[in-house]
Design a protein around this ligand. Sequence first.
Ligand SMILES: *Cc1c(COP(=O)(O)O)cnc(C)c1O
Length: 354
Amino acid sequence: MTDKTIDLRSDTVTQPTPDMREAMNAAPLGDDVFGGDPSVNALQEKIAAMLGFEAAMFVPTGTQSNLCAILSHCQRGDEYIVGQMAHAYRWEGGGAAVFGSVQPQPLNHQPDGSLALADIEAAIKPDDAHFARSRLLALENTLGGKLLPFDYVQEATGLARQHGLARHLDGARLFNAAVAQAAKTGGDARAEALRIARCFDSVSVCFSKGLGAPVGSALCGSKDLIRQAHRIRKMAGGGMRQSGFLAAAASHALDHHVDRLADDHVLAQRLAAGLAGIEGLQVEAPQTNILFVELTGQARTQSAALLKHLASKGVLATGLYQLRFVTHLDVDEAGVDHAIAAVREFFNTGAADA
Ligand SMILES: *Cc1c(COP(=O)(O)O)cnc(C)c1O
């Protein structure tokens, strides 16, 4: 038993580490709306350079980052092609349509999370008064914890380019993707992040997910694109003042928390292995830090009871028929083992007919 809550609901729940707090405390500050916060400027330069872009803009959330990107690429009456389950379509309140009159063209995902090239091509509209103007392809990597195969990313973005579409990456968890890709290629995570980012005209990255910063995302792109995005950010109320405090946390995360994402991926695999073979659970092999577990057969209706049991043991997760467990900076092996034991206990104690 442990007194500590094992919070596997999301990688957004992390607390800033003592070193991160120190970096925040030491950050030189200014008014970023005047462009005068040295810590924000330093972060923007750092992430732009890391991902091979001319410029970057620090924003409070990934949602705002995607909104700024879509509204900078697209005008009223344009459309963006995007996955049904993509955050930038499904989980952002329809912002691009609401604030920008930009029409989404959602496509179903393939089992690996990709959008079929044929589906993308078929969705690109000819120049005809009947249609919205197809302007942008938006991909997400990782999506639901899945790494998009790099060959696919190249092909899909190449196809978009051929048709004159801009390419945006919602890379909220780009560094998880880069670390997973590096494990496959034997390469370096930073090099893989750059390789992925180079396929796109803009990339949004979250610092508040696995990287462990308290707040913030960045949108990277050309100077022109970022200039436009600044106007959207202002309209959306995202012009912050002494935000160097937050930017310093993000900079610290880029310096110290990228490679360690591999630890989160190992922990997700440990959790998967510990839950495999339990009757009523179908465990998907995690590629990064997100593990999905389906409740099947008689257990299908047991998710609420299971989550309640877990909570009583200090383990938090989310889900309905499919449970989601996310590993991160504030979870360790002992925590994962405790979570495994709590799930096993639920299935052994007859709670399944509760
Ligand atoms: C978390 C997330 C975002 C942005 O979320 P915010 O809560 O607005 O910071 C965007 N895209 C993906 C894929 C995400 O996981």
